[in-house]
Design a protein around this ligand. Structure first.
Ligand SMILES: [Zn+2]
Length: 327
């Protein structure tokens, strides 16, 4: 089924919509009312910020695009500041795609500036302009939306469709291919979504609690039916509130939650600091393993693709939270 034409109407009017103050992208750039068709030499040089955005654009763009990701597996996007080389890549690119919703908090101004001279798109902008009800507005994130939308596979699928439309406008001769590629990728994502639902549902209900260092899994929790607690806030820059940490500790003991999880881009200390006092108080809390919250895995690893990363997270969560509660 083709749902793209319907959405294209939204995107057509998207730059005319007033900014709501919750997004860090188009709302500041009324001058960009249309996407100017690409007239340079192929492949189109595309710069993306995170690995998951780069994969999406690569999959939709196929052979007509040369896609580079600015941030590798080790980069925390909340903290990333572009260096000289990165700025050169941004300047050279024909088009820039980024996550938006202040995920790349320290690059927001730069994107607004770039948008004056070249196409610069937040892949989440369509969700914002459609006022998507699934967007989370955590009270602690200063009136902004939670940027970690890729952890809900269906929300991310909508971003894939938006990217396909942007590419179709940028490069009309290949619009049909972009649509076809997007449909193929969306089919994989639809299966992935079902896999997440089925797997998380196998965790015993009282253990269906996901505790991590920063609050990256809110969309995941909502989409797949698992309670989520982060020790820090939405940004990994946030400080840990010790009173909150004690509450979480108390809850772990009371509910006999078997494990907590570290994140690949965040220092494990915060989570380790939770394990020790629980053990000392007689509850054998485990480190459930590493989850990929804000970046894909290292090149060549199972988690180096978006679907692999989500599958890895689901497998790790299910295994750690099912242990010891099967009797
Ligand atoms: Zn994050």
């Amino acid at each position: 089924m083709h749902t793209l034409p319907k959405i294209s109407l939204f995107l057509l009017f998207l730059p005319l919509l007033p900014g709501c103050g919750k997004s860090d992208s188009h709302s500041h750039r009324p001058e960009q009312q249309e996407i100017k068709a690409f007239s340079g030499e192929y492949p189109i040089d595309v710069l993306c910020t995170t690995g998951q955005v780069a994969e999406m654009v690569r999959r939709v763009g196929g052979e007509h695009l040369e896609v580079t990701a600015l941030m590798d597996h080790s980069v925390d996007p909340h903290l990333f500041k572009p260096l000289f080389d990165d700025v050169a890549k941004l300047s050279k690119a024909d088009i820039i795609f980024y996550n938006g919703l202040h995920l790349e908090g320290r690059m927001a101004d730069m994107f607004v500036q770039r948008a004056r001279t070249k196409p610069t798109y937040a892949v989440t902008e369509g969700l914002v302009s459609r006022l998507d009800k699934r967007l989370r507005e955590p009270p602690e994130f200063a009136g902004m939306y939670d940027p970690h939308v890729w952890h809900d596979v269906l929300l991310w699928s909508d971003c894939v469709q938006d990217v396909a439309l942007v590419l179709a406008k940028l490069d009309p001769p290949h619009a049909k291919e972009y649509d076809k590629n997007a449909q193929q990728y969306l089919e994989e994502l639809s299966q992935l979504h079902q896999h997440c639902r089925d797997e998380i549902a196998t965790i015993p209900e009282q253990s269906r609690v996901l505790i991590t260092a920063h609050d990256a899994f809110g969309y995941f929790g909502k989409a797949y039916g698992i309670e989520v607690f982060g020790l820090k806030g939405i940004s990994s820059e946030d400080e840990i509130d010790l009173a909150h940490q004690e509450e979480v500790q108390q809850m772990i003991m009371e509910r006999k939650i078997p494990a907590v999880f570290v994140e690949s881009t965040i220092n494990a200390r915060a989570i380790e600091a939770l394990i020790e006092p629980c053990k000392a108080a007689g509850w054998d809390l485990q480190n459930g393993g590493e989850l990929y919250s804000d970046a894909l895995g290292v090149a060549g690893s199972e988690a180096s693709t978006y679907t692999g990363m989500i599958r890895h997270n689901v497998k790790t969560i299910v295994e750690a939270l099912t242990v010891g509660s099967e009797e």
